[in-house]
Design a protein around this ligand. Structure first.
Ligand SMILES: [Zn+2]
Length: 341
């Protein structure tokens, strides 16, 4: 796996999961992230800090790391996703400068998201406009690593073209954009897997690949095996809100008291009081985050021992037994026929 090197020379090993931390959220504190989860890297949304006047002033005065009370790797996104909720009154230059001024390590341009249904001409326009913004950003980002975001919608040849152009521009960190709508309840990993596999063929191994929004501990090991290094998500909170109990083999709906979970979790929350985890959203979010972190740690060990394929076979088998309608095994088999990693 590759290493992320920040502009001050600090190095972070991958695979890496960045929990999304929004300042003031009611689910988890920075102290918990640092001490209970040993988190060394996180993702936060720069646009939320930028648009709230009080927060913006404070974070500009103190810098993001002092503001959050966190001195590990800080990656930010730019508000690109919030463009769907309305106009941002924000320029690419402004949000890049802001991220850099507050001392973020890895920053995002204001890329233009493509929805899965969009036509080729629209996807091409958005791809070109995003590349232009990244080129503009490369000239500005001299104290942070700028993410080269791939666009191209559902068109593999456009996505390949985007990566080739990003390599020409000289980006040192790539993120795969506009894939969130392709995450699905039945775990069909076909499209995302194909995008990752193609990306790994184009991008040299020393440049990390980040999948925006990836946060299901069932699917992450497969994406890592195919060549993806970094993920960020608030899935541990979203799943907890919907009363979903994550396991490495799939998430269980525990809204019903009678729900059976055929898995014994070793996390400190479940070990101490499983009934509370079941009923309490915050505790469930902590369990979920613990599960994601454990899977990432286990996968890192298996990469070193060269036993990740055995783990994937075991996960696919048990998952399919517990969730017979899932598309995981079928889509994984298909990918395995079409690619070699
Ligand atoms: Zn647990």
């Amino acid at each position: 796996m590759c290493i992320i090197t920040t502009r001050d020379g600090t190095r972070y090993d991958t695979p890496l999961f960045l929990p999304v931390f929004e300042y003031g959220n009611p689910y988890i504190t920075i102290e918990q992230l640092k001490h209970d989860f040993d988190v060394r890297a996180l993702m936060t949304n720069a646009y939320f800090l930028y648009k709230k006047r009080e927060l913006k002033r404070s974070v500009m005065d103190r810098g993001i790391k002092a503001f959050l009370g966190f001195d590990g790797l800080v990656v930010t996104d730019s508000g690109a996703f919030q463009q769907f909720s309305g106009p941002l009154y924000l320029s690419n230059k402004k949000i890049i400068r802001f991220q850099q001024e507050i001392g973020v390590d890895v920053i995002s341009p204001l890329d233009i998201i493509t929805t899965p249904g969009e036509k080729r001409t629209t996807a091409t326009k958005k791809l070109e406009a995003t590349l232009k913004r990244i080129r503009e950003g490369m000239a500005l980002a001299d104290r942070a690593v700028l993410i080269g975001v791939q666009q191209g919608g559902r068109f593999p040849d456009l996505r390949a073209r985007a990566l080739e152009r990003l390599m020409e521009i000289g980006v040192k960190y790539v993120a795969l954009g506009s894939l969130v709508p392709f995450f699905n309840r039945n775990h069909d990993i076909g499209f995302i897997g194909a995008v990752i596999s193609q990306a790994r063929e184009i991008i040299p191994r020393d440049i990390p690949i980040h999948l925006y929004g990836g946060g299901d501990p069932l699917e992450l090991p497969f994406y890592i095996f195919m060549g993806c290094d970094i993920f960020d998500s608030s899935s541990f909170i979203h799943y907890a809100r919907g009363r979903w109990y994550m396991t490495p083999y799939g998430a269980f709906d525990i809204r019903k008291e009678s729900a059976i979970v055929p898995y014994t979790c070793e996390c400190p929350y479940c070990t101490a009081d499983w009934e509370t985890v079941r009923k309490n959203e915050k505790m469930l979010a902590l369990h979920n985050l613990w599960t994601i972190q454990k899977v990432i740690r286990d996968v890192a060990i298996r990469i070193r021992e060269d036993t990740l394929p055995d783990y994937l076979a075991h996960v696919a088998h048990l998952h399919q037994k517990w969730f017979p309608d899932s598309r995981l095994m079928a889509s994984w088999d298909m990918l395995s026929k079409e690619h070699t990693w």
